[in-house]
Design a protein around this ligand. Structure first.
Ligand code: UP5
Ligand code: MG
Length: 191
């Protein structure tokens, strides 16, 4: 099980807003465990498991995989890491996921939300698609990911916004400039 003084920060934002990039920066300075739900899912797909095969198709369509799958992958990775300060990147992606995760594991301490216009995110993802090998980095799937984000994931931000734990950060500037804002918030949180 998890240590009693474990802490969780959810790192959210649209597809290509820079969640992974900022988490990599945070890791260099703070003692924490970075868990990307998307990376865990891609590893599951790569493993060739039955669950992975089902997720592969959904991810190629820009849809959400079943909550139980991400919950199990995250829970396992959290425990196995032996850490106690977790950056959970790209999860929860729907309101019910947020509620169920928090009631079954623990409430989050804060949310970092990277705010970025769709045109900018699209530009970044198309560029990355030239070399990433990610089956969802193509124009058609990117549009579907944006739709899923608006319809299912954005309500999560409003949910936390109401609870005042959500910190909205502009993700438009260069990564090191965005990171300055991130650092300010983490330091204020006493991370
Ligand atoms: N880049 C980054 N920051 C930049 C900046 N400030 N200025 C200019 N360029 C910047 O960055 C994306 C690209 O932009 C990179 O090339 C980077 O260099 C550049 P990245 O840091 O990778 O952005 P990120 O927000 O992490 O983008 P990602 O594509 O990972 O976001 P998604 O949320 O779309 O992907 P994720 O891996 O989280 O999920 C993939 C799929 O898995 C989902 O579509 C869904 O099907 C499934 N999923 C679930 O079903 N449930 C889950 O809980 C999680 C995932
Ligand atoms: Mg990512």
């Amino acid at each position: 099980s998890l240590p009693e003084d474990a802490q969780i920060i959810f790192v959210l934002g649209g597809p290509g807003s820079g969640k992974g990039t900022q988490c990599a920066q945070i890791l260099e300075e703070y003692d924490c465990v970075h868990l990307s739900a998307g990376d865990l899912l891609r590893a599951e797909v790569k493993s060739g498991s039955v669950v992975g095969k089902k997720c592969e198709e959904l991810m190629r369509e820009g849809k959400l995989v079943p909550f139980a799958v991400t919950l199990n992958l995250l829970k396992k990775a959290m425990i196995e890491s032996g850490g106690k300060f977790f950056l959970i990147d790209g999860f929860p992606r729907a309101l019910d996921q947020a509620e169920q995760f928090e009631s079954s594991i623990m409430p989050c301490k804060a949310v970092l939300f990277f705010d970025c216009p769709e045109e900018e995110m699209e530009k970044r993802l198309l560029k990355r698609g030239e070399t990433s090998g990610r089956s969802d980095d193509n124009a058609e799937t990117i549009r579907k990911r944006f739709r899923t984000f608006l319809e299912q994931s954005l309500p999560v931000k409003d949910h936390y916004g109401d609870r005042k734990v959500c910190h909205v950060i502009s993700a438009i500037p260069q990564p090191d400039v965005v990171y300055e804002s991130v650092k300010d918030i983490l330091d204020r949180l006493g991370a």
